[in-house]
Design a protein around this ligand. Structure first.
Ligand code: HEC
Length: 211
């Protein structure tokens, strides 16, 4: 016989595991009024000392390193700048293979293309292709997304000036800026995307608020 647990032994193990579970369930005191009352009186913000006993407060330096989100109004944008021409060069070297020449026709997401009169048909046509130009509500998201996630095979490898240049080039491909444009933390938030008012702003602050 091969080594291992014999069927009879397995059966008795199963039974004892089951009886443990049953015992635990029965052992659980039902919630009496007294229990509920004492829970209600508890300070909801109180944490038992050494709760879980893991982790530590992050240092300001660690928080700064993680805090890379860019807000629609440009809050969080770093210093630096980049031009459409610089962006084109970077795009051809690092993005074209996945997103196609000029942001179209690649194996992955299409990045460029506006619709006539900046139509927004996505609620009626779920198959309509999203691009930056026809769907994204904020220009600053291009910087945020590219810096944190692209190129997909080397996220985080781009310098801020390179991200500005790629952002400028993607804005140019979608007809938001001219070929001579230079983009920086002042100019980027001033570019108003046609889809900006197509979304309802989620201003919930968390907690029990449900909408
Ligand atoms: C190895 C392939 C690959 C490379 C290289 C790459 N991307 Fe992407 N990219 C993707 C994929 C896949 C997605 C979709 C990711 C997802 O939806 O989670 C994407 C999504 C995007 C999006 C969001 C599109 C949308 O509408 O949601 C942008 C913007 C973008 N990439 C920009 C770039 C830029 C700029 C570069 C070059 C610096 C680049 N990508 C290089 C594969 C790639």
């Amino acid at each position: 016989m091969t080594r291992g647990i014999a069927p009879q032994r397995l059966q008795s193990l199963t039974i004892s595991v089951l009886s443990c579970v049953v015992g635990m369930v029965l052992g659980c005191a039902p919630a009496t009024n007294q229990n509920l009352e004492s829970n209600n009186n508890a300070d909801p913000t109180a944490q038992p000392a050494g709760h879980f006993a893991i982790g530590r407060t992050p240092t300001p330096r660690e928080i700064t390193a993680w805090n890379i989100d860019i807000m629609p109004d440009g809050e969080g944008l770093p210093t630096g700048s980049g031009t459409v021409a610089e962006g084109r060069e970077l795009y051809l070297a690092q993005c074209k293979n996945c997103h196609g020449l000029e942001g179209r026709g690649g194996p992955f997401d299409r990045l460029a293309g506006r619709l006539p009169e900046d139509a927004f048909p996505f609620d009626q046509d779920p198959l309509a292709k999203h691009t930056i130009g026809n769907y994204w509500p904020f220009s600053t998201t291009i910087f945020d997304y590219t810096r944190r996630a692209m190129p997909m095979d080397r996220p985080g490898s781009l310098e801020d000036n390179e991200v500005y240049a790629l952002t400028a080039y993607l804005l140019f491909l979608n007809d938001f800026v001219g070929e001579e444009a230079r983009i920086d933390r002042e100019t980027l938030p001033t570019i108003v995307m046609p889809s900006r008012d197509r979304f309802i702003r989620d201003d919930r602050r968390g907690g029990p608020e449900i909408r």
